[in-house]
Design a protein around this ligand. Structure first.
Ligand SMILES: Nc1ncnc2c1ncn2[C@@H]1O[C@H](COP(=O)(O)OS(=O)(=O)O)[C@@H](OP(=O)(O)O)[C@H]1O
Length: 387
């Protein structure tokens, strides 16, 4: 009876005691003793409950929970997420060049994972495992097909990846490895942690920094015909800054002399042999896998087979996982990771490119040819970008 009667007081703010003293004065003495006992019992139970909450084991509805240490950590986590959100808008240069885009994940897919969209990895049902530094990275190239590769790889049960581009080895290096590790999803023994940031491939300092993290890091580069890549890069910028000069005028330092402006990042990035040279100072060729961006579209399962072998994983992602979506004009996943629904990449992947003057395209083909030949020689793979 006391427990029932007094239970309303259990929710009163502890330490006020006002309701109890008023009730005590109005009741007869023998009942007053019992009431005092009930009050003491309630206070004891309240204290125990508070203690329980402070050790973070009580339900989310508890007011104590809001100020618990986990609450603070969650707040910090969302601040960090916000910080990374800003970075999507940061890299717009004065010429309207944009370095990165938000991850191509549909809101439905993200919601189905029930975790932060930007840093969503695969969650084990009980959230067990620990955060580890990545053992494999997709380091480039921008507009090569890096998002498609990562989204396809995430289907593999032994791969867990960050959704967003952390840009750790180029823009956020001063934040330190602990910051970087915190961004990673938890993994169990035998699972591989991954992330993709396409700008690493052209960042001078990236190879030394990644090697300092671990000399065993496996590196994956998705490459695509440098001319189409440059046009794709330009198309992305144009979609955000429609007033930029034409592709043709940005291509040349001087159109009449035909001198190509190699300082324009859209052109620079495609000189793959030059960038690769820098990586080979720190990593042996066997630790770098080159994925054909073209074949990733025409034969995704074939390229994914090579990637799984390279990562030492069982070939789980096969033809059965893909279908060709006629409307999108690209292969899509029958079931995305963490979801039972089909999944194509979003609108910013597979944009319609503007028509470029064929003479300019030819001039660029001539420009890239020797670099491409060198690149085929270095990698031992013929990518067929000549026509
Ligand atoms: N399956 C699938 N679906 C959609 N798009 C696909 C796919 N596979 C490869 N691609 C090509 O990926 C190009 C974008 O490359 P990235 O994801 O590396 O771009 S980014 O650097 O992250 O912005 C994108 O370039 P654009 O066609 O120029 O938009 C696509 O051609």
């Amino acid at each position: 009876m006391f427990a029932q009667h007094g239970c309303g007081s259990c929710t009163d703010p502890p330490g006020t005691g006002m309701a109890f003293s008023r009730v005590g004065r109005l009741d007869p003495p023998n009942r007053g003793v019992s009431r005092r006992a009930a009050v003491m019992l309630c206070s004891l139970l309240t204290s125990l409950f508070l203690l329980h909450c402070l050790t973070e084991r009580c339900g989310t509805s508890s007011p104590v929970r809001a100020s618990s240490s986990r609450g603070l950590l969650q707040d910090l986590g969302s601040q960090r997420t916000k910080r990374l959100v800003y970075q999507w808008t940061e890299p717009v240069g004065s010429d309207g060049r944009v370095d990165a885009e938000p991850p191509e994940e549909s809101p439905e897919l993200v919601a189905s994972r029930k975790v932060s969209p930007r840093f969503a990895g695969k969650l084990s049902p009980l959230g067990e495992g620990s955060k580890k530094l990545p053992q494999a990275l997709i380091i480039g190239v921008k507009k090569g097909g890096t998002r498609a590769l990562l989204e396809f790889l995430r289907v593999h049960p032994d791969i867990r990846a960050v959704g967003a581009e952390p840009h750790f080895f180029d823009r956020n290096y001063e934040n330190g490895l602990d910051w970087y590790r915190e961004l990673m999803p938890k993994t169990l023994e035998g699972q591989i942690t991954m992330e993709k940031t396409p700008s690493y491939f052209v960042t001078r300092e990236a190879p030394a920094r990644i090697s300092a993290m671990s000399r065993d890091t496996k590196l994956i580069v998705v490459v695509r015909d440098p001319v189409t890549r440059a046009i794709s890069d330009y198309t992305q910028t144009l979609s955000k800054k429609p007033d930029i000069p034409s592709f043709e005028s940005l291509t040349f330092k001087n159109r009449t002399t035909g001198l190509i402006d190699t300082s324009w990042s859209a052109i620079q990035i495609g000189i793959y042999a030059k960038h690769l040279d820098n990586w080979l100072q720190y990593f042996p060729m066997g630790q770098i896998l080159f994925v054909s961006g073209e074949r990733l579209i025409t034969d995704p399962a074939g390229e994914l087979g090579r990637v799984q072998d390279f990562l030492g994983l069982k070939r789980i992602i096969t033809d059965k996982h893909f279908y060709f979506n006629q409307t999108k004009g690209f292969p899509c996943l029958k079931k995305a990771e963490g979801s039972s629904k089909p999944h194509c990449l979003g609108k910013t992947k597979g944009r319609t490119h503007p028509n470029i003057d064929p003479e300019v395209v030819q001039r660029l083909r001539d420009f890239y040819r020797p670099f491409n030949m060198k690149f085929y020689q270095m990698t031992g793979r013929f990518f067929g970008w000549e026509d």
